[in-house]
Design a protein around this ligand. Structure first.
Ligand SMILES: Cc1cc2nc3c(=O)[nH]c(=O)nc-3n(C[C@H](O)[C@H](O)[C@H](O)COP(=O)(O)O)c2cc1C
Length: 354
């Protein structure tokens, strides 16, 4: 990682709250990959599919990991991860997230994904979902530090691409062992760490806390991404300043707003927000996204994915209130597209009349 050389952030920080020439050259390095920005997409099962990843990359997300792939499922039922895997035509660096509790399976899964085009392997030790915990994977691993070490050693040894790790701040408020896990990770050769500012026991409750992320950042020399409840450029800067992290990771805030990465990147570089995107461009982007979802998941399955994403896009448009219910009742891909065309036409008309 190249550190900013200006006075305020000479030693530990690679961010700055006022732009300076040196800061423009601050880049996060993961293995041989220099990241194009300091903001990345969080892996989100059921959301960060290849089309959402493409959109986020287009707007400046430097990394966009796949949804979590279970090592157990991928190795034993190769069709099981189907649409979730990486595609060689995706933008580089291509990151695949894997989860599991068996070091040998995890290593095999990492190798398989590298053969399939992954350029970075990310290990999930943050997921609190019961299905994942049943296999003692995801954030359940945070309770078992020796096993964390064995898994990380095993995966790092298995592949010749950088391996990164995503964790929570610990297992529970009584066992906030994120700093210990971070040191284990650094010693194992993990190249970057993303930290969600909640413990496993906290699930998604309460506010993310950033003090532990700051302590984790202080305890290691590898790049750290702060994650949790970042939904605006101002919050991103505030979290970077508070934690000293190298970058931020955005999950739910990007749903229905993939251009948030552009806002954050611009704000971190210049201290100002970019011009808002023209409405017509957003409409075009939503229609393209919807068509891609229909094509990718099929016109039957795709309908549900479209309903979800359209609901998130509409959250940002109070003027479209009421549309969602009728939209959710539609039962064909063409009806969904026609309905969106009609909505966008009305929105533009009322905008030009105003
Ligand atoms: C629907 C959903 C699915 C998620 N799936 C994953 C996953 O597959 N792997 C993972 O490491 N984290 C997963 N997460 C956690 C996010 O990556 C992120 O850590 C969390 O949402 C906090 O960040 P945010 O406040 O910016 O959303 C998921 C979160 C959500 C809401």
């Amino acid at each position: 990682m190249t550190r900013c050389r200006c006075v305020d952030c000479r030693n530990r920080h690679s961010y700055h709250d006022r732009p300076c020439d040196q800061c423009m050259f601050t880049v996060i390095q993961i293995g041989s990959h220099q990241l194009a920005s300091r903001v990345v997409l969080a892996p989100m099962a059921g959301i960060s599919d290849r089309h959402f990843r493409r959109l986020c990359r287009q707007f400046g997300a430097a990394l966009t990991a796949t949804e979590m792939l279970s090592a157990h499922v991928q190795l034993n039922h190769p069709q099981g991860s189907g649409l979730r895997g990486i595609h060689r035509d995706e933008a580089s660096p291509r990151v695949v997230q894997i989860a599991g509790a068996d070091p040998i399976q995890m290593a095999a899964c990492a190798r398989l994904n590298v053969e399939q085009g992954a350029e970075v392997i990310d290990i999930n030790m943050g997921c609190p979902v019961k299905k994942v915990l049943k296999q003692a994977a995801g954030s359940a691993l945070l309770r078992d530090e020796p096993l964390v070490k064995t898994i990380l050693d095993s995966v790092v040894r298995a592949v010749d691409v950088p391996v990164t790790l995503k964790i929570r701040t610990g297992w529970s408020p009584d066992m906030r062992n994120g700093t210990t896990i971070a040191r284990i990770a650094e010693d194992a050769g993990i190249r970057a760490l993303a930290v969600h500012g909640r413990t496993r026991a906290c699930m998604f409750n309460g506010d993310a806390e950033y003090d532990t992320i700051a302590a984790i950042k202080q305890s290691v020399h590898i790049p750290v991404f702060a994650n949790g409840d970042i939904t605006s450029a101002a919050k991103a800067l505030q979290v970077l300043q508070h934690t000293g992290a190298d970058g931020v990771m955005i999950g739910r805030g990007a749903r229905g707003k993939p251009w948030l990465f552009r806002d954050i990147d611009h704000f971190l570089r210049t201290g100002t927000l970019p011009q808002p995107l023209p409405q017509t461009l957003i409409h075009k982007l939503v229609l393209q996204h919807v068509q891609e979802l229909h094509a990718f998941y099929g016109t039957e399955h795709g309908l549900g994915f479209v309903r979800k994403h359209v609901a998130w896009y509409l959250e940002n448009w109070p003027e479209a209130a009421g549309f969602r219910r009728s939209f959710n009742a539609l039962t064909s891909a063409s009806a969904q597209l026609d309905s969106l065309h009609e909505l966008f036409g009305q929105l533009l008309l009322s905008e030009s009349a105003a």
